[in-house]
Design a protein. Structure first.
Length: 236
């Protein structure tokens, strides 16, 4: 299934990078290190926020169609953190749909959409309108499309919602269907999924990131990330 939520995702990832990595360019963990005027290594994005870098990189890779076993494992690990990780849940849902796991994919998209994630709402609207991955349902499609079009996250980021599906729905729906969809939209409130079971330990470890030294030259980076206590041995 081809990804169709790049506009919002690009803004979301930019926000992650801007907020968490103000001192470094947003990018992958493999970027080279620069040196300051004294020749000391400057921490890069992966050093300053390894978990945030892993999160944004994995979602970008999945958005580009890379649904490898490793990426799915990382997305699952982040998705199981619940509210606040709807971006991972959306990407995981798409990867599962691409892999033929339709029921699981729809479940993750619905979890993210119920929490108010616009990408997931848009995708569900298209899925229920097309009727290829789920039973065709104009009311369900119109409900999610209306929630997507009105999503405050898009307005706050300055993203213009895609309106083509709404035009198609207006020509395909009966007055009864439109009324039913309007009632669902009026009654909708966000709900946030939280896991009730633990992940397998191997999967749970896949999104835990630790700083790794790459040689003697990395000492300065590690000291920047983990400064020496001002009162070593003095207790708390």
């Amino acid at each position: 299934m081809k990804s169709s939520h790049r506009p919002f995702k690009s803004f979301a990832l930019a926000s992650i990078c801007f907020g968490a990595l103000a001192l470094a360019a947003c990018g992958g963990g493999g970027e080279s290190h620069q040196r300051d005027s004294q020749g000391k290594l400057i921490p890069n994005a992966g050093d300053l926020d390894p978990a945030g870098t892993l999160y944004s990189n994995t979602i970008s890779q999945a958005d580009g169609g890379d649904c490898s076993v490793d990426n799915i494992s990382v997305l699952t690990c982040f998705s199981y953190r619940g509210h606040g990780y709807e971006g991972a849940q959306t990407s995981l849902g798409q990867c599962l749909l691409r892999g033929g796991k339709t029921a699981e994919g729809l479940t993750w998209l619905t979890r993210a959409a119920n929490a108010g994630w616009p990408d997931a709402q848009k995708l569900l609207a298209r899925i229920y309108f097309d009727g290829k991955l789920a039973k065709q349902d104009n009311v369900e499609a119109a409900t999610w499309n209306s929630l997507y079009m009105r999503n405050p996250s898009l307005l706050s980021l300055g993203v213009r919602p895609e309106s083509d599906l709404g035009d198609k729905l207006r020509g395909a729906m009966s007055s009864q269907e439109r009324s039913a969809a309007d009632q669902r939209v009026s009654a909708w409130v966000p709900s946030y999924w939280e896991p009730k079971e633990a992940l397998a330990s191997e999967t749970a470890r896949s999104c835990r990131v630790r700083t790794k030294k790459k040689g003697p030259d990395m000492d300065q980076v590690d000291k920047t990330l983990n400064p020496t206590p001002t009162n070593p041995g003095g207790g708390y």
